[in-house]
Design a protein around this ligand. Structure first.
Ligand SMILES: [Zn+2]
Length: 353
């Protein structure tokens, strides 16, 4: 099976494009929102629920699965698809982001990064090759190379230093991936913090190395929206026209639409399920907490126009009751709605292109 990205249609008024990515586990239509299944599960949702709400591809986290249950176990099941009973495409990140956000006492060298597990404090090392090997064991359809997700805020000097190491790691990852001759896609990750000229440098360096797809990493890390948008608008058009473009960690409705209009194709975020666990739901153009007293006797669905399972069957009053009573079903029902909301939002924008 060979991989292919095709652009089917381009918007006449913006830089948005509509496309298809062919993978070992089927075709993904883009632009696409990818729900996040950190621990080989999108929290509180079964694969059937994900299919029903329209998910075409999910993202899973190499860092978490490497630490627990470990790649050897997942390899015994021929990879993540069989292990978690999800037969559609999976993208795995490289673990870099979690190493830099969750673990303590990191040591970065040109060879890789040594860190202490956030679970038991034991020492581990990720190298550009080792994270490819782990992702091959997970058998994901799209893999990401090890990178440094720079802190925000950070100095230009620091970012420059981290960017040089990231580029060395990505070059090694590309070499190793080519030697493996496997059927998995490897995307590059453009970094460079909040500095446009460093983003340009990163894009140029990685385009010279030539990857099958390109991601923009290190955004949505706490920067103001105007900076986020400015960098997306600046960086996305620098990436090759004929390859998938993925903005990592993006999940707020207004950000998704903006990025699609700049020519981005793929997005992921934990936001729909994380918000659901805290009772936050997407309503018409706003977010509200289901525990608000205004919903106490409200017989309407969360959204009249929503076609998700939750909105087809349950009232706001019932959902409020479940959340107030800390019932487990609350998490699933609110996650179905929130995830459907974002998947569907991106799908509707896609259809309008
Ligand atoms: Zn709904």
């Amino acid at each position: 099976m060979s991989f292919k990205f095709e652009i089917i249609k381009k918007s006449s008024s913006t830089k948005a494009r509509r496309g298809k990515i062919h993978t070992n586990h089927g075709v993904i239509e883009t632009p696409v929102f990818m729900p996040v299944g950190t621990q080989a599960t999108v929290k509180s949702l079964t694969p059937d629920m994900l299919v029903a709400l329209g998910a075409e591809i999910i993202l899973s986290n190499t860092y978490h699965l490497y630490l627990r249950p470990g790649e050897d176990l997942i390899k015994k099941f021929n990879g993540l698809h069989d292990f978690m009973a999800w037969d559609k495409p999976i993208l795995t990140d490289s673990g870099g982001y979690q190493v830099f956000s969750l673990s303590k006492l990191r040591k970065i060298t040109e060879e890789g990064v040594t860190f202490k597990s956030h679970i038991d404090g034991r020492k581990h090392t990720f190298t550009p090759k080792s994270v490819i090997d782990t992702q091959l064991a997970l058998n994901s359809d799209i893999m990401m190379p090890l990178d440094i997700c720079s802190a925000y805020p950070s100095t230009e000097k620091n970012i420059r230093k981290e960017l040089d190491i990231t580029h060395q790691w990505e070059a090694k990852a590309k070499d190793y991936w080519e030697k493996k001759h496997n059927n998995h896609w490897l995307f590059a990750i453009v970094q460079g913090g909040m500095y446009k000229h460093l983003r340009e440098k990163s894009a140029k360096t990685l385009i010279d190395i030539d990857f099958p797809g390109y991601a923009i990493g290190g955004l949505s890390v706490g920067e103001p929206t105007d900076i986020l948008e400015d960098l997306i608008a600046h960086t996305t058009p620098l990436l090759p026209e004929n390859k998938p473009r993925y903005v990592m960690g993006l999940g707020l409705p207004e950000n998704l639409e903006f990025a699609i209009n700049q020519g981005a194709d793929m997005f992921d975020c934990v936001i729909p399920t994380r918000l659901a666990r805290h009772g936050q739901v997407f309503l018409e153009g706003e977010r509200k907490n289901i525990s608000r007293s205004e919903f106490k006797t409200d017989s309407k669905p969360l959204l009249d126009s929503c076609t998700c399972y939750t909105c087809k069957h349950f009232s706001r009053a019932y959902l409020r009751h479940l959340y107030q009573a800390k019932e487990l079903l609350s998490c699933s029902l609110l996650s179905i709605h929130n995830t459907h909301y974002l998947v569907n939002l991106v799908r509707n924008i896609r259809h309008a292109i």
